[in-house]
Design a protein around this ligand. Structure first.
Ligand code: GDP
Length: 314
């Protein structure tokens, strides 16, 4: 990518899309734009076509369009499957029609089988059934992977797919009903602290294990991949360690300085027991993550406080 390349970020309202757009603009990529900021309706095929004709993108980053935590996925499977299938088909096909030089498709670790050997290697994909709580979303993301591979195979285009660990950081969704676990727990622990509550309810048993990647590390990986990776084989982007939800809750309680009890609500779903990626391929590209989990949580918590204009002494 050159400083004057036409770059389009799709999903610039997601945590990683927003951060990537900000990063590129700051680095002097003067023609980098986001479809959300533009006001593009991704679900409308003719609007997407028109946008591509007008902007003439050379590079496209197709980030998360509609994603969410375990409860959102369980409650709104139709929204997740429709929005993702429709939007990604419109984008990928328009990219092909408009001769985009390179397209980056962001998939999800929920595409791997629910019962999968850990750490999960790229070639374990489609070796078993996906997790029921997010089946609709996973199927849409799997369709995206296969569409990217089909276009690469039939048309010889340079389209790539990355599977990330759970991305988190400033700019993330802090709604406890729809967000992922880190942001939901930052909000829950902070609310408990300011309200003087003596316990916080954490969903599930606390035993599931997840791998998390700080957004800045992830967007750095996206840039490395856009520059150095040209294969239709998927590639994992993880940090090389996972934590249990119980360990995660303890770290968040420490960062927020909540001194009460952590209570696990076993009536809420655990989801998959472990999602831990094998990121050996990514390592070979000389990419390394820099932000440790506790540090990333602290940065995210600071953002949350500034966002809500929260006063510690309130
Ligand atoms: P998942 O990775 O697709 O399961 O998505 P989440 O990030 O939503 O959930 C990860 C794990 O954290 C699951 O086992 C949840 O049950 C657990 N968890 C515990 N408390 C919460 C919470 O308040 N919100 C969310 N989203 N997950 C929670």
């Amino acid at each position: 990518m050159n400083k004057d390349s036409h770059i389009v970020i799709v999903g610039d309202n997601s945590v990683e899309g927003k951060a990537l757009l900000g990063h590129l603009q700051q680095a002097g990529f003067s023609e980098a734009i986001g479809t959300y900021a533009w006001g593009l309706n991704l679900l409308n095929q003719s609007s997407v076509k028109e946008f591509f004709n007008k902007v003439n993108p050379e590079y496209v980053f197709l980030m998360h369009i509609k994603s969410g935590g375990i409860l959102a996925n369980k409650s709104y499977p139709a929204d997740f499957i429709y929005s993702n299938l429709q939007a990604q088909s419109n984008i990928i096909h328009s990219a092909y029609k408009n001769k985009v030089k390179k397209l980056f498709y962001l998939a999800s670790s929920c595409c791997y089988p629910a019962e999968c050997a850990q750490p999960m290697k790229e070639d374990y994909l489609l070796s078993g059934k996906v997790e029921r709580t997010n089946e609709a979303y996973a199927i849409a993301k799997l369709a995206g992977i296969k569409m990217v591979q089909a276009y690469a195979k039939q048309y010889g285009v340079d389209y790539i797919t990355a599977i990330p660990a759970t991305i988190y950081g400033p700019g993330d969704n802090f709604n406890p009903e729809s967000g992922h676990v880190i942001t939901a727990l930052i909000k829950k622990f902070y609310d408990a602290k300011v309200n003087g509550a003596d316990e916080v309810i954490v969903w599930g048993t606390g035993l599931p294990r997840r791998e998390f990647i700080y957004v800045d590390d992830f967007i750095n990986a996206c840039c490395v991949l856009m520059e150095k990776y040209s294969s239709s084989e998927i590639i994992n982007v993880g940090v090389g360690y996972d934590v249990s939800i119980k360990e995660l809750a303890t770290i968040i309680a420490q960062v927020v300085d909540f001194k009460g009890k952590i209570v696990f609500d076993h009536t809420k779903p655990d989801g998959v027991m472990q999602k831990f990626l094998d990121s050996e391929q990514m390592k070979k590209l000389n990419w390394v993550p820099h932000v440790a989990l506790s540090q990333g949580i602290e940065l995210t918590y600071n953002f949350y406080k500034s966002l809500s204009n929260i006063n510690e002494n309130k």
